[in-house]
Design a protein around this ligand. Structure first.
Ligand SMILES: C[S@@+](CC[C@H](N)C(=O)[O-])C[C@H]1O[C@@H](n2cnc3c(N)ncnc32)[C@H](O)[C@@H]1O
Length: 370
């Protein structure tokens, strides 16, 4: 799979007809979305908000029943296909975070519980759903018993109103609740401090960002391995999160461009850079989507993701390797940190023609030269 393959949007068959999907975009196939799409009953003309649409399977089904659907999605990768599905299937796709949804504006809300993103993100989404509903409106939630469904359903009943499980299929559940109360949004912004390369940084975070509360030890190891001079060097950080790599690099004088798929992470990175009085060019981007053809970098760093929607998929990480090669200048260096069990070496070797292990500990840091 090369970059062009990664970015390819393609139709796949579903019981309702073809749906657009792409690598790196969650939402299909996924039995929780499929159950939600099948079970949620929505009426003609109802205003419906899908708060975790992914590629938009449940939004599409809601639109088929004549509802006026808004799908709010923070992932660039998912949004790219969601907008395609929205255009074809007649609903509206918006880029945004769940807690940015308009209050008391919807007759129904659909929420596939985003359990992979942690309790703080699920709770913020539930509260956002409760706020977005008109009084008496219905909240449809879907999830898995293995991923906290019972606990989140209990929280939802406590915060929003009476509810019933409508459908069970294996570990998967769909429940519906009627809004009786308006929940408060839990505090969204948090902050923590970390010392990196001998300097203290304050990182500001939002629900759902990677490694909230402490810098990931793999990212620390990558920083340890990066010992060349950065002053003035153009550096690219792929999958930058709240900036655990980007901020120390910027503090050492590098000109950092940080690409990140998740909108909450982009906002956290911008806030963290401002908090530390550093400049980072943060772009909301599905892999290299936000780069222009001619941009080139002296160094590319990444601590790549390997979970999308809960399943281990390496498509994004592979696309990062291709993007690193494509945007590095000649002689430029690529650094990637990973779990030892993930075999990136053959891929990096095949793309760059060389690969070295520059650190091996609980994680390994691989490097290659263009
Ligand atoms: C393992 S985290 C590393 C975050 C940060 N660099 C750090 O060291 O803390 C991987 C990051 O890649 C982001 N990501 C996932 N898919 C992506 C994609 N398609 N394009 C860009 N970034 C993506 C995730 O949102 C996550 O923030």
């Amino acid at each position: 799979m090369e970059l062009a393959d990664y970015h390819r949007v393609r139709p796949v068959p579903t019981p309702y007809g073809p749906l657009f999907v792409k690598a790196g975009a969650r939402g299909f196939p996924d039995p929780r979305y499929e159950l939600l799409a099948r079970v949620a009953e929505l009426t003609q003309g109802a205003r419906v908000l899908d708060l975790n649409p992914g590629v938009g399977l449940a939004s599409w089904q809601a639109a088929r029943s004549g509802a006026r659907v808004v799908a709010l999605e923070p992932s660039r990768a998912a949004f790219r296909v969601l907008s395609e599905n929205a255009r074809v299937q007649g609903f509206e796709a918006r880029l945004g975070l769940p807690w940015e949804a308009e209050a008391e504006a919807y007759d129904a809300v659909l929420l596939m519980l985003p359990a992979e993103r942690g309790t703080r993100y699920v709770e913020a989404s539930l509260a956002a759903a409760g706020r977005a509903l008109k009084p008496g409106g219905l909240l449809w939630i879907a999830g898995s018993k293995k991923k906290g469904f019972e606990r989140y359903f209990k929280t939802a009943k406590h915060w929003i109103g009476y509810g019933l499980v409508e459908e069970r299929e294996g570990p998967y559940r769909v429940a519906v609740l009627e809004k009786e109360r308006t929940p408060e949004l839990p505090p969204l912004w948090e902050a923590f401090e970390a010392e990196l390369w001998g300097r203290r940084f304050t990182f500001r975070t939002l629900p759902g960002v990677f490694s909230e509360g402490r810098v990931d030890p793999a990212s620390e190891l990558l920083l340890e391995a990066l010992n060349e001079s950065k002053k003035g060097a153009p550096v690219l950080d792929l999958g930058a999160g709240y900036g655990a790599l980007a901020l120390p690099l910027a503090a050492r004088g590098a000109r950092v461009t940080a690409l990140e798929d998740d909108l909450a992470s982009v906002r956290a990175l911008e806030a963290s850079a401002a908090e530390n009085r550093l400049e980072v060019d943060a772009r909301h981007s599905d892999v290299d989507e936000a780069l222009t053809e001619g941009e080139r970098f002296a160094i590319v760093v990444t601590n790549p993701p390997f979970h999308v929607g809960g399943s281990v998929i390496l498509d994004v990480a592979k696309a990062f390797v291709y993007a690193a090669y494509r945007y590095l200048e000649k002689g430029g260096r690529f650094y990637l940190v990973a779990n030892p069990f993930l075999k990136y070496e053959p891929l990096i070797e095949s793309v760059f023609g060389n690969v070295e292990t520059v650190r091996a500990d609980r994680y390994k840091v691989l490097a290659a030269t263009r």
